[in-house]
Design a protein around this ligand. Structure first.
Ligand code: ZN
Length: 133
């Protein structure tokens, strides 16, 4: 894995949180994007090498809505950048990790992504992401 590409944070109110993070990080949100397959709005901030991704559910039963119902707002996942997502998926599967996606799927920010089940990763949802060519 190359680096922490971004940290995903589940939020209830998108615009309020964008304003808050703009103040906190002293930088503007450079991109918002709706990922319809995941029922989320995403907003991105750059901080050096790493990004912060805010996630807001666009449906009341989406994964982010369910996460907030259970745990409240907060860190939702940590995303690691990889050069070859399929090779990394195979490696992790062979190590006994449980992949939540059998094949890489389209994520926000022009990425191919795959998530690992948090029950094998100390409760932390891990995302692998690879820049799309
Ligand atoms: Zn993410």
């Amino acid at each position: 894995m190359l680096k922490v590409e971004h940290i995903g944070i589940a939020v209830k109110d998108f615009n309020t949180s964008i304003t808050l993070f703009e103040k906190l990080l002293n930088t503007s949100c450079y991109k918002t994007e709706t990922v319809t397959g995941e029922n989320v709005n995403t907003a991105f901030f750059k901080q050096g090498e790493t990004k912060i991704e805010l996630l807001e559910s666009i449906t009341s039963d989406g994964v982010i809505a369910k996460f907030i119902d259970k745990k409240g707002e907060g860190i939702h996942h940590i995303a690691f950048e990889v050069t070859d997502i399929e090779t990394e998926m195979k490696r992790l599967q062979d190590e006994g990790f449980i992949l939540l996606n059998e094949v890489p799927k389209q994520g926000a920010d022009n990425k191919l992504v795959c998530f690992l089940h948090p029950k094998n990763t100390n409760g932390v949802l891990i995302e692998l992401c690879q820049e799309r060519m």
